[in-house]
Design a protein around this ligand. Sequence first.
Ligand SMILES: NC(=O)c1ccc[n+]([C@@H]2O[C@H](COP(=O)([O-])OP(=O)(O)OC[C@H]3O[C@@H](n4cnc5c(N)ncnc54)[C@H](O)[C@@H]3O)[C@@H](O)[C@H]2O)c1
Length: 332
Amino acid sequence: MRMLVTGGAGFIGSQFVRATLHGELPGSEDARVTVLDKLTYSGNPANLTSVAAHPRYTFVQGDTVDPRVVDEVVAGHDVIVHFAAESHVDRSIDTATRFVTTNVLGTQTLLEAALRHGVGRFVHVSTDEVYGSIASGSWTEDTPLAPNVPYAASKAGSDLMALAWHRTRGLDVVVTRCTNNYGPYQYPEKVIPLFVTNILDGLRVPLYGDGAHRRDWLHVSDHCRAIQMVMNSGRAGEVYHIGGGTELSNEELTGLLLTACGTDWSCVDRVADRQGHDRRYSLDITKIRQELGYEPLVAFEDGLAATVKWYHENRSWWQPLKEAAGLLDAVG
Ligand SMILES: NC(=O)c1ccc[n+]([C@@H]2O[C@H](COP(=O)([O-])OP(=O)(O)OC[C@H]3O[C@@H](n4cnc5c(N)ncnc54)[C@H](O)[C@@H]3O)[C@@H](O)[C@H]2O)c1
């Protein structure tokens, strides 16, 4: 199988590429992997060091929005797994144009090329944030989309474009929507790596609003395993939820991180809430469980301990990123 992975130098995409080429995803042992990545601030070749010399790996630096580059790269691939996106909610509230460009137009450019080149399957990786916020219960795959922030609105737009190409032109599309991921190689602007690395440096950590916002946390390896199951066995034109991690309020998460890092609440700053901050996300994952036999494998306690340990041991990975972003002396 010849697989094109967009955004493969980012947090989740690089986990998917490493797991594929390290033979950790049954059924993908022989896959040839091409990564197409623009290397924005969150794309990092260091995330792919362990596969850089792999004989079945190719890296192409390029923009998913550029039709010429995309056309050239897509040719000859059987499957596209599309991770490339602008992914940080706070940045989307500051400047949304890049989000619309990459997330909607970039996806559209890839879909057109996939159709033109007869790509057999297009896996569009999306998020629970497209549904907005839910006070109780969980969303199913049929719940109407109601995004609140520009990031989520742009992802919702891209999901709808992907599904429209299936319905109108018969492109074999599957869409996955996942809950919050955590694990190694996550750019240190996101809450878990930001808090852990700030604490390691004796800096303060910012907790938004009343800290009661609730999220489901899933280890990135479980997310990637589920994507591969959907890629292999999901039904064309369908959406699959991926989650089943651990639901926590931001305050509860902060408490667990402080304990895991051996410190206390004295380093926490309560800061003004994010605009339009969704209170709670929750996905019903019955469909992927019943159709594909997916279950998350990493217990949150174990995954968090391993993640904290990873950031502790990999300062050389995150310190240059924080320096470049001016995050070393900020609260975040
Ligand atoms: N992080 C989460 O918790 C989470 C949860 C659910 C879904 N997702 C989705 O998973 C995907 C990956 O998220 P992530 O957390 O790994 O993000 P990330 O920001 O770590 O990685 C994004 C990657 O895309 C690349 N990229 C950005 N714009 C590009 C462009 N125009 N052309 C080519 N490459 C481009 C970046 O260089 C980077 O390597 C996104 O689509 C996101 O919406 C993320």
